[in-house]
Design a binder for this molecule. Sequence first.
Ligand code: ATP
Length: 233
Amino acid sequence: MLLETRRLSARYGDFQALFGVDIALGPGETVAVIGANGAGKTTLLRSIAGVLANAADEIVFNGEPIGALSAPKVMARGIAMVPEGRRLFPSLSVEENLLIGRHGRAVDGVWSLETIYELFPVLRERRDNPGTALSGGQQQMVAIGRALMSNPRVLLCDEISLGLAPVVIRDIYAAFPRILASGASVIVVEQNIGQALKVADRVYCLMEGRVTLTGTPASLTRDDIHAAYFGVA
Ligand code: ATP
């Protein structure tokens, strides 16, 4: 496996958000993590990205324990995150927002301003606009492009379809084959179950900080997912 969480726990003070979560991501895979509001999906991604501190061996990347590393160090190893809510810098242009991602990791790879503009041509047209003057879907493209600029081996995507129209969601996910072809593996966190099942090789469902279901999209029934998601059949 390229990336694994091993009995991963996470807390916010006295509140425990994750309880012994085991997730695995193989090279070239897309894994989806689904679950209701508050299930712990964002906490899982923030733990992997080093935003939340964990025990070193709770997260293993390329055979090395990374759970205790800071976010910049995790990024330098090749794990980039597209945060929930996109978090663009409002005073910077589209191009400047993209360039920020380049500071994360000094390695060669296919991603540059030019290839990001090929992936999302509308961003080339809007390159001098402030990031926040864009539509929600275009802002999401900038957030994805910014993460790709570090040429990650693992891309973590937090609710990238949230609040977007179906046609826009389709455009964004249309970029995934090229992202995978660049050598990245992907974890998507989605409340949009249909989208998760469409894009993922394997799915994990989280409920109240625990994995309640895992399998390939084809192996999971609607009833299984419903029970794992809501706790009732
Ligand atoms: P959402 O879809 O709402 O983002 P989620 O599945 O991503 O949900 P998390 O954001 O990981 O869930 O939250 C998991 C639990 O941890 C929730 O009960 C939430 O209230 C709690 N939580 C999240 N962030 C904090 C924080 N900074 N301080 C305290 N509790 C938090």
